[in-house]
Design a binder for this molecule. Sequence first.
Ligand code: G6P
Length: 611
Amino acid sequence: MCGIVGYIGARRAEDVLLDGLRRLEYRGYDSAGKATVQGEAIHVVKTPGKVVHLTEALARTPAPGSVGIAHTRWATHGEPNQANAHPHLDCRGELAIVHNGIIENYDRLKRGLIERGHAFRSDTDTEVVAHLIEEYAAKLPLEEAFLAALRDVVGTFGIAVVSRREPRKLYAARRGSPLVVGVGVNGEYFLGSDPAALIPYTRDVVYLGDDEAVVLTDEGMETFSFDRTRIQKQREQINWTVDEIERGRFPHFMLKEMTEQPSVIVNSTRGRLDVDNGLAKLGGLKDVDDRLRKIERLSLVACGSAYLAAMVGEYMLEEYAEIPTETELGSEYRYRKPILDPGREAVIAVSQSGETADTLGALREAKEKGALTLGIVNAVGSTITRETDAGVYLHAGPEIAVASTKGFVGQLSVFALLTVLLGRQRRMSQATGSRIAAELAALPAKIERILAQSDRIKALAKKYANAQSMLYLGRKYNAPVALEGALKLKEIAYIHAEGYAAGEMKHGPIALLDPSFPVLAIATKDSIYEKVKSNLEEAKARRAPVIALTNEGNDELVRIADDVIFVPRTIEMLAPILNVIPLQLFAYHMAVARGYDPDKPRNLAKSVTVE
Ligand code: G6P
């Protein structure tokens, strides 16, 4: 999704901006641009396509200046061409603006501006803000004009502005779209929509809150609300290493992140598991402990892979914590007028990035209705973590590849911890708590055994790389895993894939099966194994090629299936953590075999901060 970078200081702004944009590439985008200011001139360069194209363009026409803003755009209004790329200028080219988010009332604003003589050069919603500021700036100082324009805007934004009228100032503001200021040494400042853009330069950051604006100058930074009330902000420290967001020896971030999954379990459970007493300790929930004990209902809200992780969580929480739980898509929940029982219900937002607009919308809906709100989030300091009453971090480290892998596994690990915590507050025995805790602790070594099969799965992917469609089956805890496997294949290998709860196969998808339609069935030895095995036989009877995922030592499926992937055994509720890994590897190798870049799938964004 769109990315913003800004800089004011003594360095060549262009270098910092390009470097920052490269670090934000993982978010997904389709054009890029920058504006630098020096003296009376603003230099704007924009290109459709990748940051490398912008870099080439800048090499041909380097621009001076040590103040600037830059942007990667993921098209919402208007196609991804040069005119629509950011930055956008006002009529006289006095100011340049970059924007993440959506200006919902842009149409009405634009009509008014056109009537009053403004000339537009793009189809974007963003450009209206440039003209609005211009209009106010005819009568007001730029700072006031900037805030006045923001007050007119309905929608979401992370915005940054530079102007040749005030060449040593950088303005920024946020409503619903993240922005962070990096405080450098020697009075320089960095701006980013994601801390990843700032990390090589500084670890001292200030996160802007909603409806907060900042002015960065050589003298310092000032933050205030849109009505110009000064706000005192806390500085925070980022503790990721640059290494953690770099690819290292791996050809793709996705492979790196899948390989990190044993340590995701270690890190997400560190200090949180008490195997002997069968307990889970979650420091982030301590303050709401009393309220949690009274909870009689849980709603989990999420999108994409996080939604599927939450579906697994629902199975865990209902079976072991005995709390009625519903999983809901953020995009549906926020508008469907959910009925909440404030005193007795908690709503948990599950999100790797902590910035997904629909999940955030659902969370705000729940908050408004008075529910206890919690977050299961990876990105430290993200919006969801700041808007929930309490929460649990995944501690999975930054996830760069667009398709979530270690984030998903980290979410499942946290759901297991939460299940033990809430279960033990209720009727779960110490023995059950200890068993889950001990099995969780044993998972990293088991994940290593699956990762060691990467080459075998790669060979399998080569065999199936020309498939047009695939059906993924799983049941109970593994039904959402089947959906996740199919989602991964769609996202990065661009193969049509259906994920189905295996019991539903006979109610529809079986009609599709023939020798060209492979079926991947998760048939690990659990309470429902025999049923899935029957589905597998049914698929085979329709001459569909069958890939079975089962446990080491279970050789009976070798007879039925064309190919078998073996995974170690664990308890049923934790099996998704192991079973999803071969499916991730399979999708990854399919994408590579088909010649695609799995890290940056077309049309997708890492962090979807618009509706
Ligand atoms: C996007 C990503 C998915 C991710 C989903 C939810 O669609 O491409 O990989 O699962 O957003 O993201 P979140 O950050 O809220 O977990």
